[in-house]
Design a protein around this ligand. Sequence first.
Ligand SMILES: [Zn+2]
Length: 116
Amino acid sequence: MKRQKFRFKKEFYTIDGIWNVPGYVINSGYGYDFKTYCCKNCGEIFVEQIESKRKQNSDAEKMIDDSCPNCNVNLVNNLVDYPENIFYENKLFKNNNEIDKIHFKNTEIVEVYSLN
Ligand SMILES: [Zn+2]
């Protein structure tokens, strides 16, 4: 699995009474839709690139054989939506905050694993 650079903004959420839990929101656009996931076992972040014309289903099947490069679990059973779920201090949290995917200020380039 290849690592690739993507543009994100870093946000801080309050989750389960814990302040300042960091989460990255990917900057989509320019003909691509990006969807982010994390491994629920270790928190490794993954990006799926969805080309507008392609159906979303085709990529899901491709992931089946892949295992997490960080902790080695099978990804098909362990990928969860991110940052709707955030792995923080060795625990997976459900992030119920509203996630702003429209406004991007102060972005940064982060290298993460690309699923395709
Ligand atoms: Zn993992």
